[in-house]
Design a protein around this ligand. Structure first.
Ligand SMILES: C[S@@+](CC[C@H](N)C(=O)[O-])C[C@H]1O[C@@H](n2cnc3c(N)ncnc32)[C@H](O)[C@@H]1O
Length: 553
């Protein structure tokens, strides 16, 4: 994690400004959402150098109706630029040198319109004063900011909570609005208070100087509303595809609304098929061994020999890339050892010999003491500091993060894993074996549900936590165990999409899924996958091998 001094001042305050065409788009949304007549009081809660104020001055149909403009910008120099952009405008205006958080927690003013692009500032860089005010703002607005990790959320709420009924808003927001756990409270709040909610999505590269995918969230403050969300997907050529969903309160993530209604209906229909169950009913996946210092408690084969660590060394699968197939086999294990990777886990268990009584193992422990490991949090709270708890393994493996899709791998060598690869065990009485689960897992249905349940991070990586894995939709196909011999070599050859196709075909041939339904699911999964992979254009341009290296690092 970067400290304050390592981050540029611009980044610290979230000072990236909105290009003119995007400003125009936001203001046009505002115009459409506002009633056709009447005066407008408008709030811009984080005005920067005034991009939206300049845009407003040149949007005649809005500026003609403006009565009052309140802009907030805590950065003094930028505030001055803002004031300058307002010279000569024919309506009342104020630029406040304050924080939108403090303002939102106290002001009684109400507005017809709110517009802007809130600062993207990670929690560790938010000022102490703002941190103290955020819960007060939340209480006043009726939204919980517990777990909120970025300033854009409370700044947005500060502005939206000051809208009169019928008032409209339009903001550039990060796409984590759709899936982020921290934004889930905001999503619930939006659903209950706003109508005509719409998210416009622009692919990366749509606007000069903006490298990421852009999302614009707009809507109108309403009463007794039937919550709906429209998704408007723009392409680089300027065309647009649009669809609308009724928002329910059952699904915390909004990723599902990125599917068009036909795709979403197909997914919901698939969930009702008799063979489709939640993964949690067949197997249990858990966070695996937490050592507290992976680079000390895992060693290479050479270190194991040099420090005579044999009595404590247990086979380790260090990274998912060492398990290229659907099974982690003895020959994969031999290859892992040969690669020079950290392929042993040190388990100084109570019933094993005392390493302090042997010269070389004791020297190894001293090397950890010299590095201050006994004072590290996880090591400090156990006695002795080098005894890693819960050293257990599973019959299945599943990586916490993946590029294209998560793979369920049969652990044939009984290897252990640390916290980057989950361990899984089949539930007693499950309708399928570990081989059967692995062979049927990589279907369009299951991988679509992974896209819907999981969250994506920088570089388009998909992350799943155990509770999300439990909810994945899988097909309980006892006959699937026989397919693994055909699918495993394809996975090893890097034919990831062929594995999916063959799994789908096998499920259709076994009469477990309807081919037309599967086609829709495959298309839906493909759409979400593409969107995730291009989320960060700089990363998307990287070949998969380079992304592999990033993940392995
Ligand atoms: C992403 S920029 C957007 C500026 C302008 N709205 C635009 O779209 O060009 C966010 C702005 O928020 C300002 N800011 C940072 N912390 C703030 C806070 N607590 N309250 C209000 N604005 C803040 C930053 O100084 C920065 O100018």
């Amino acid at each position: 994690m970067k400290t304050r001094v390592e981050v540029s001042a611009q980044k610290l305050r979230g000072g990236f400004y909105t290009p003119e065409p995007l400003v125009r788009h936001c203001l046009e949304r505002l115009r459409v959402l506002l009633p056709p007549r009447g005066e407008i009081d408008l709030i811009e809660p984080s005005a920067g150098d005034g991009a939206f104020l300049r845009g407003l001055a040149s949007q005649s149909s809005l500026s003609r109706r403006m009565r009052r403009l309140v802009a907030i910008e805590p950065h003094e120099l930028e505030g001055r630029k803002c004031r300058r952009s307002l010279t000569g405008i024919p309506f009342d205006s104020t630029v406040m040198g304050a924080s939108a958080i403090e303002w939102g927690a106290r002001t009684d003013e109400l507005f017809e319109a709110a517009v802007g692009n809130p600062p993207f500032v990670r929690y560790q860089f938010i000022s102490t004063a703002d941190r103290a005010e955020i819960p007060k703002l939340g209480e006043r607005a009726g939204v919980s900011f517990a777990g909120v990790s970025n300033l854009w959320l409370p700044v947005l709420v500060a502005a939206l909570s000051r809208l009169r009924p019928g008032g409209a808003f339009s903001f550039v927001v990060p796409t984590e609005l759709l899936t982020g756990l921290a934004a889930s409270q905001l999503r619930g709040w939006l659903r209950n208070r706003f109508e005509e909610l719409r998210i416009d999505l622009f692919p990366s590269g749509s606007f000069p100087a903006v490298l990421q995918e852009v999302a614009v969230l707009s809507g109108r403050a309403g009463q007794n509303i039937a919550p709906v969300l429209t998704i408007a997907e723009h392409d680089r050529r300027g065309s647009e595809r649009r669809w609308t969903h009724a928002l329910d309160d059952e699904h915390a993530s909004w990723t599902r609304y990125l599917l068009d209604p036909t795709q979403l209906a197909a997914f919901d229909r698939a969930l009702n098929e008799p063979a489709v169950v939640r993964l949690g009913s067949l197997a249990r996946f858990q966070v695996s061994i937490v050592t507290g210092a992976n680079d000390f408690f895992t060693v290479t084969d050479d270190e194991r020999r040099r420090f005579e660590l044999d009595p404590w060394a247990k086979p380790l699968l260090p990274r998912i890339r060492h398990a290229p197939g659907l099974a982690y086999t003895e020959s994969d294990r031999a290859e892992t050892l040969r690669s020079g990777a950290r392929s042993w886990l040190l388990d100084f268990a109570a019933d094993a010999p005392d390493p302090r009584r042997r010269k070389r193992p004791a020297a190894y422990l001293r090397s950890g003491e010299k590095r201050g490991l006994p004072d590290r949090y996880k090591c400090r709270i156990r006695e002795p500091w080098f005894r890693v708890p819960h050293v257990e393994r599973g019959s299945l493996l599943l990586s916490k993060r993946s590029h294209r899709y998560p793979r369920v791998i049969v652990n044939e060598t009984a290897a252990y894993t640390t916290d980057t690869i989950y361990r899984g065990t089949m539930r007693r009485g499950a309708a399928v074996t570990a081989n059967g689960l692995s062979a049927s897992f990589h279907s369009s249905l299951t991988l679509l549900s992974a896209e819907l349940e999981g969250r994506s991070f920088g570089g388009g990586v998909l992350e799943l936590v155990p509770s999300e894995i439990e909810r994945l939709a899988v097909i309980a196909a006892p006959q699937a165990a026989a397919w693994i011999g055909r699918l495993d070599p394809l996975a090893r050859d890097g034919e990831e999409e062929v594995v999916v196709k063959m799994t789908d075909q096998a499920l259709v041939a076994a009469g477990l899924l309807d081919p037309e339904l599967l086609d829709l699911l495959a298309g839906a999964r493909h759409d979400l996958l593409q969107r995730r992979l291009v989320r960060n254009s700089r990363q998307a341009e990287k070949p998969v091998a380079a992304m592999d290296r990033d993940l392995a690092a």
